[in-house]
Design a protein around this ligand. Structure first.
Ligand SMILES: [Zn+2]
Length: 116
């Protein structure tokens, strides 16, 4: 008798869709980052929401913000393990178009409570 795997499958698909949505927003630079929100006149201040020092663009928030330094260091080590050459930026990482790398980037966003 075949076991039902619908719960597992649906759960996996939901996570996959969420990862895809976040990666698509990054790819099209439609993330809810201060620099972008300032550009479309939704936010007056384009500085990073976390450190309030640097311009809050995608690369700063994901790879450069001092507030998330420890988590960024772990992310960079993981990306090196995945054969990415450092230094990296968001466009370079996304250009790899690899599921494991995109999932790792998504986990980084989630661990830093970054909503894009
Ligand atoms: Zn910052």
């Amino acid at each position: 008798m075949a076991q039902r795997k619908s719960h597992k499958k649906n759960s996996g698909n939901r996570i996959k869709k969420h990862v895809y949505t976040q990666i698509a927003r990054l790819t099209f630079n439609h993330g809810r980052f201060p620099a972008h929100l300032n550009k479309i006149k939704v936010l007056e201040d384009d500085r990073c929401t976390y450190c309030k020092k640097e311009r809050g663009d995608t690369n700063h928030i994901i790879f450069g913000c001092e507030v998330h330094k420890d988590k960024i260091d772990i992310l960079l080590k993981d990306l090196q393990t995945m054969q990415l050459a450092l230094p990296v930026n968001v466009n370079y990482v996304l250009a790899q178009d690899q599921k494991d790398i995109n999932c790792r980037l998504y986990r980084h966003l989630a661990s830093c409570s970054i909503i894009v």
